[in-house]
Design a protein around this ligand. Structure first.
Ligand code: SAH
Ligand code: TMP
Length: 396
């Protein structure tokens, strides 16, 4: 599938090779039907936009078996509590109607349950949407597209705030999404969203942010250019610690732009986040990171160390397949998600085990795939920490 925004050329600059669906944890019986695609990244000069070139259809990823629950991380529950407080503090007085795109299990919207604000989430993955509904959170089990939104005639120009976290980068047809947003927002309405930040990915060489769901890795420069095409303005940006470095973007119909936007545009220019030079450097950094990781694992295996993966993240699919690491290196991956336990990792087919299995079969070395949840995990894994060694492909 190709992405739709406007006509723009993408200059490809790097391939991560043949990849499976990043969250496609699977049973043995499905090994033979596994889907693969070529994961390549490119950059649009016109939009300063970093994106993957080709990706599976959204329905192949977001369906009744979506295995990611926002509530699986205490850190994220906490973050969404703070995010909702920030919204109430800054915009609460006028907040009657709020919509969330990609509301998942309702972790964010739950924070509005006691208020008078009417909230509704758009969530295409049925299993997580059902979970939210059970908690009493109004959820429309559909993709947020213009065609789905325009049917909600009563909501036309009624919404004060549309929120989203870690989902806008998943949406190939940004034009349809922005048209839907335009349809719902009232005159002073705001679109506030958070996404993994390109500047942080470059700095940390956290190439594992790149996988099928993350079609775009946004920056302040690209978000500004994209929304300007549709008559919207980027009026504020606020960096976030989540997901190894994210950015919160505030989009409005009026042009009262805060200083933060200018500040970040200038930082991005200086650090080549807004141009192709940044891509070239990132590619070299990824290749070095891969070489270093492979030799580190080889060395540990030579010393007969048992290595387990900690957290079967979607990001780990990119690391394991780009670096060609399988069961010969990683014995198993432990995870808290019941939908993943008992299954196997995409393409490399490393078994996914419960946390109990981890505690009963402590490895010498744990590869922290959920490095973005380091604080929370180190705090609870003191026992392992005493004897074992943590490693990751990024600096911990
Ligand atoms: N916002 C949550 C969930 C992020 S995962 C959090 O930050 O933890 C992305 C979620 O967006 C998934 O639940 C997925 O099903 C949903 N999603 C994907 N494409 C979407 C679209 N076009 N419209 C609405 N939701 C979408
Ligand atoms: P993600 O990086 O694709 O969002 O997935 C995070 C995964 O990490 C999810 O499967 C849950 C898992 N996880 C643990 O197993 N233990 C933890 O302590 C945390 C925070 C996450």
């Amino acid at each position: 599938m190709k992405c739709k925004i406007t006509n723009y050329k993408l200059k490809p600059f790097m391939s991560f090779g043949k990849m499976p669906i990043a969250n496609g944890f699977l049973s043995k019986k499905n090994f033979k039907n596994e889907f693969f695609y070529k994961l390549e990244v490119g950059f649009s000069k016109k939009l300063s936009l970093f994106q993957i070139n080709n990706h599976p259809k959204p329905s192949q990823m977001f369906n009744k078996n979506y295995p990611f629950f926002s509530g699986s991380s205490k850190g994220m529950i906490n973050h969404f509590r703070k995010f909702s407080k920030w919204i109430k503090k800054n915009y609460g007085r006028k907040l009657n109607n709020l919509v969330e795109i990609g509301s998942n299990d309702g972790t964010f919207l739950k924070n509005f349950q006691k208020d008078k604000t009417n909230v509704v989430g758009f969530e295409p993955s049925k299993n997580v949407a059902d979970f939210a509904v059970k908690k009493g959170i109004k959820t429309i089990n559909k993709f947020f597209t213009f065609n789905n939104v325009k049917r909600l005639k009563k909501l036309k120009n009624q919404i004060d705030i549309i929120c989203a976290a870690n989902v806008i980068c998943h949406v190939p047809n940004l034009k349809s999404l922005i048209k839907g947003m335009d349809f719902l927002l009232n005159e002073n309405g705001l679109f506030i969203f958070e996404e993994p930040y390109l500047g942080s990915m470059y700095k940390k060489v956290s190439y594992d942010q790149i996988y099928d769901e993350h079609i775009f890795i946004f920056s302040v420069s690209s978000v500004k250019k994209i929304f300007n095409l549709f008559g919207f303005y980027l009026i504020d940006v606020i960096p976030q610690k989540t997901h190894g470095g994210s950015m919160r973007y505030v989009i409005s119909r009026n042009n009262k732009v805060k200083k933060s936007v200018k500040k970040y545009l200038s930082i991005e220019k200086k650090s080549n986040v807004d141009n192709f030079k940044g891509c070239k450097k990132f590619k070299l950094n990824c290749e070095k990171s891969k070489k270093d990781l492979v030799s580190k694992i080889k060395k540990l295996k030579k010393q007969n160390k048992k290595i387990a993966g900690y957290a079967a993240t979607s990001k780990s699919t990119t690391i394991l397949n780009y670096c060609n690491l399988g069961c010969e290196s990683i014995d198993y991956i432990c995870d808290t998600t019941k939908e993943k336990i008992g299954k196997f990792s995409p393409k490399k087919h490393i078994p996914i085990k419960s946390m109990n299995y981890f505690y009963n079969n402590l490895p010498d070395v744990a590869f922290l795939f959920a490095w973005n949840h380091k604080k929370e995990i180190f705090k609870k894994e003191k026992k392992f920490q005493k004897k074992g060694q943590w490693i990751a492909h990024v600096k911990l």
